[in-house]
Write a protein that binds this ligand. Structure first.
Ligand SMILES: Cc1cc2nc3c(=O)[nH]c(=O)nc-3n(C[C@H](O)[C@H](O)[C@H](O)COP(=O)(O)OP(=O)(O)OC[C@H]3O[C@@H](n4cnc5c(N)ncnc54)[C@H](O)[C@@H]3O)c2cc1C
Length: 136
């Protein structure tokens, strides 16, 4: 039996600009939203000293400041952040819920957005996704 406090409308794996942008949309749509990242929110943006090509910032913006601004905008909505490492993602008993297993606990969601960036050498997510092409 899934504990309802751990059940979300949307779970987003990855708290880089992609994941936080998705969280802004989901939170704004009044969906119960969880964002999970194994590190600080900001993702690879935190590794870049300066962004010259981000729209809306003539003259560019420091990566850390850009990450903070996206996070602040996301926090205007009711989005729960968990700092944890996702180790697996699968349909629970053939659906309709997703089970997201992390080092520190397990969460459930009606839908999942994977925004975990990519491993520079493999181009793949760095956790197993137990869902095949038919979505099961
Ligand atoms: C040094 C550097 C400089 C850059 N400079 C520029 C630039 O000038 N202009 C530009 O447009 N782009 C630049 N980029 C690229 C830009 O940072 C990325 O395109 C952008 O961050 C991608 O966003 P994302 O949300 O898709 O993924 P990411 O930012 O990679 O975020 C993915 C997040 O998922 C999390 N994650 C991954 N696996 C798990 C897991 N198993 N469990 C939990 N969390 C997980 C990671 O911790 C990470 O926070 C630069 C990148 C780097 C590294």
């Amino acid at each position: 039996m899934v504990d309802v406090k751990d059940l979300y409308d949307v779970a987003i794996i990855g708290g880089g600009p992609g994941g936080m942008t998705a969280a802004i949309y989901a939170g704004r749509g009044l969906l119960k939203t969880l964002i999970i990242d194994k590190g600080a929110l900001g993702g690879a943006v935190l590794l870049s000293a300066h962004f010259d090509n981000y729209p809306g910032f003539p003259g560019g913006i420091v990566g850390f400041e850009l990450a903070q601004r996206i996070q602040k905008q996301m926090e205007e909505y009711d989005v729960k952040f968990e700092m944890d490492n996702v180790t697996s993602l699968r349909y629970l008993d053939n659906g309709p819920l997703f089970e997201i297993v992390c080092d520190g606990g397990t969460f459930y969601a009606k839908s999942v957005i994977v925004a975990s960036g990519s491993n520079p050498s493999t181009g793949c997510a760095d956790f197993p996704v137990g869902i095949n092409a038919t979505g099961k």
